[in-house]
Design a protein around this ligand. Structure first.
Ligand code: PHE
Length: 444
């Protein structure tokens, strides 16, 4: 396997970049609101099951497709299955990346607004938090300005290149993020009354089981692990030949889940401890949905001494998490345009940034457009992508390639039983699960 292409320089860099992609707004606002909706501990248990049985095998597959081809998402299928239509799966992934960025960047912009509101002291003077958030939502120009700034910042890292931009930024940002979350979690669990939040998170209550919990948890797992659109194919194409794919996928998935659970440990104990009506707090959290972070949390922070410090730390952390995810999304799309067309990496980055900004402008003006992008990507495009990637590796990719990739050309020891289980999961279990999410998406 010749290595002409650029690769990540260090082992830690590989894990940091992939964790950076996985950990994002999905972990910090989507996970807690899904957990609240799914009944707490039960949802978390099912979620962990989904990560183990579906998420990890699919992540290994994406890494494998990327490294075996050393190409962008569409080019990878083109190289591994020349003359077939599989390349459309890669193209769909690129489109999905675009669509996700079209609304994700707007939320990223909000994190900047809230950092400034925290630092300037504005937030600590607010009395009506829903109105404060509504003010922002009804001000498209302000949203656009911050969305553009966030997009340009992402582009800056992409232009700095794979090693300097992506790897180095993730290596610095990810440990900071963990540290900040641990500080916040420590603060949250030492609040009086925090134990009720911890009980909700970790003590399964069977009376809360909803029939959709399995599907919700699975959708959350795929979104959170950045699976189904080719981000992990792109990053896999930068792995060197010694990167252990299975071990890396396990590490990334565990760290991603840890961040989500830590976010839960920040949010639930805080919410239970500081709420005026702990009896209805779960309903409030569910109703808050995506607004949860921008309404409930600043309100709760305001009841703590040093609210400015806590909210600044929190929104800074959220922006960092979001940035390493937007970097991965933009890289996947940029690399496709650059490698598949006669366009330089720089021009490709600028083109993608311009496209994202245009989508972002529409999303800022129209919440239904925003919701359309959100819904079509998470509920339809990612499941379709994941479904076909799993079929591709399970049924189409040469077993010799699969085995060579899993074992790094026989330098790592895996028994035949392991290989068979892996293929079985990809052939039958993962596609069936993805199909279920898709049907659920259609029905919902
Ligand atoms: N995993 C990211 C998050 O949780 C979102 C994402 C999805 C990033 C798909 C890349 C690809 O925020």
């Amino acid at each position: 396997m010749p290595e002409k292409r650029v690769t990540f320089a260090s082992k830690i860099g590989v894990v940091a970049a992939a964790v950076g992609s996985a950990v994002g707004l999905g972990n910090i606002w989507r996970f807690p609101s899904q957990t609240a909706d799914g009944g707490g501990a039960i949802f978390i248990l099912v979620y962990i099951g989904c990560i183990l049985f579906f998420g990890i095998p699919l992540m290994v597959s994406e890494f494998m497709v990327g490294r075996a081809s050393r190409a962008n998402t569409a080019g990878a299928f083109h190289k591994l299955a020349p003359g077939t239509q599989w390349k459309w799966i890669g193209r769909l992934g690129v489109l999905t990346g675009f669509v996700i960025m079209g609304f994700y960047m707007v939320v990223c912009g909000w994190t900047f607004v809230f950092i400034f509101q925290s630092v300037s002291g504005h937030l600590s003077g607010v009395s009506d938090f829903p109105a404060n958030f509504m003010d922002l939502q009804s001000n498209p120009v302000k949203q656009i300005v911050w969305m553009v700034i966030f997009s340009l910042l992402t582009a800056f890292f992409i232009l700095s290149g794979v090693k300097k931009g992506i790897e180095r930024s993730a290596k610095v940002m990810m440990p900071i993020l963990f540290l900040l979350l641990i500080i916040l979690a420590a603060r949250a669990i030492t609040l009086q009354g925090a134990v009720h939040g911890l009980n909700f998170l970790f003590k399964p209550d069977l009376s809360h089981v909803k029939p959709t919990v399995f599907l919700d948890a699975m959708g959350q797992a795929f979104f959170s692990l950045s699976l189904g659109m080719g981000c992990m194919i792109t990053y896999g194409s930068y792995f060197n030949n010694r990167t252990p794919l299975v071990k890396t996928a396990v590490q990334v998935s565990l760290l991603d889940s840890l961040v989500a659970i830590l976010a839960g440990v920040v949010i639930f104990p805080t919410a239970f401890a500081l709420s005026a009506n702990p009896g209805t707090i779960v309903d409030e959290l569910v109703a808050g949905g995506p607004g949860l972070l921008f309404i409930t949390l600043p309100e709760l922070f305001n009841q703590m001494p040093g609210s400015m410090v806590w909210s600044t730390i929190f929104f800074f952390l959220l922006a960092l998490a979001a940035l390493t995810s937007t970097i991965s999304l933009m890289e996947a799309v940029t690399l496709y345009i650059h490698e598949e067309h006669p366009i330089s990496r720089k021009k490709s980055t600028l083109l993608v940034t311009a496209g994202v900004i245009i989508l972002g402008v529409f999303s800022s003006y129209s919440s239904s457009f925003f919701n359309f992008l959100d819904l079509s990507s998470a509920k339809f495009m990612l499941p379709i992508g994941g479904f076909f990637i799993s079929l591709f590796v399970g049924w189409h990719l040469d077993r010799k390639v699969v085995y060579a990739q899993l074992t790094n050309d026989r330098t790592l020891k895996f028994g035949m039983g392991f290989l068979r289980t892996y293929i079985f999961l990809l052939r039958y279990v993962v596609p069936t699960a993805m199909l279920a999410i898709f049907i659920y998406g259609l029905a919902g």
